[in-house]
Write a protein that binds this ligand. Structure first.
Ligand SMILES: [Fe+2]
Length: 281
């Protein structure tokens, strides 16, 4: 979502896009969802003021919400400020024949203290996505203890992601996880700011559009803000659709060559920044 306290300074005003997405999802006559899942990067900078603002925004939702942390979130204010009536940072939910797991893919953004607690690294925002061994074990053991027929993993970083977002160790641990817990029927993820579904470990990985700038990685053009809907059937099938909102107000444009090179994974984010700074010097 990338909510911030100064939305005018952001690449896209997420107060405005929230209003547009909210209206499309809840005020346009669509069937009311049972649950909203927010797959991370809820805040842009992870400040306490951002989470206070987000809590008020999410208070408008007509249905319960569950939140997963992303790399732009900061764990202490995320856990301390965000949960309130109707907004949960819960880890599991049983819905009919389904078990939902809300998994944390920020293992590389934190350090473990001697007492076992975890603390964000300063570079959490730019850390790679990965569950880590403890989260992989928790997911597999939780599914193993449940009599649910099907499991679905909600998390921030999608396994099998494209280019700049590709993290082979995350992909490999997900493939291992599916072997440990074959009831996993798919993943719903954020992070990549796009609207497509790909496959990893033989499972569909649904990427959710953000409220901020989204990207078509086939054409390297920007996309309007959006969200994704899901339907989970008792037989284990999943129907999911991405919705982009306000394409007149937020029209598509071609990304710069240097952004395209970074997103294709040809140069790092730091190299892109250095080249842009050199061009402006
Ligand atoms: Fe992210």
């Amino acid at each position: 979502m990338h909510f911030c306290t100064d939305p005018e300074a952001a690449s896209r005003n997420t107060d405005d896009t929230w209003d547009a997405v909210f209206a499309d999802a809840f005020d346009s006559g669509r069937p009311l969802a049972d649950l909203v899942v927010i797959t991370g990067d809820i805040a842009d900078n992870g400040t306490e003021a951002e989470y206070e603002k987000i809590g008020e925004k999410l208070g408008r939702l007509p249905v319960p919400a569950i939140v997963c942390p992303g790399n732009h979130d900061r764990q202490a204010p995320f856990d301390a400020i965000l949960p309130r009536p109707g907004i949960s940072n819960g880890r599991t939910m049983r819905v009919g024949s389904w078990l939902f797991l809300f998994a944390d893919s920020n293992a590389d953004g934190r350090d473990r203290r001697p007492d076992g607690s975890q603390v964000d690294r300063d570079d959490r925002t730019h850390a790679h996505g990965r569950f880590g061994d403890a989260e992989v074990a928790w997911i597999a053991e939780t599914i193993g203890r449940s009599d649910a027929d099907h499991a679905f993993v909600w998390t921030h970083h999608p396994p099998g992601a494209f280019g700049f977002f590709s993290k082979p160790d995350h992909d490999a641990e997900f493939a291992r996880l599916v072997e440990m817990a074959p009831k996993i029927a798919g993943v719903g993820a954020g992070h990549t700011h796009t609207n497509t579904t790909h496959e990893c470990g033989g499972r569909p990985i649904h990427q959710c559009p953000s409220l901020s700038t989204n990207i078509d990685y086939g054409n390297f053009t920007t996309l309007a803000p959006g969200y994704r809907t899901y339907e989970f059937a008792d037989d284990g099938s999943i129907t999911s659709e991405a919705h982009l909102v306000g394409e007149d107000r937020w029209p598509s444009s071609l990304l710069s060559e240097i952004s395209r090179r970074m997103l294709r994974g040809e140069i790092s984010y730091e190299e892109m920044k250095a080249q842009l700074a050199a061009e402006q010097a």
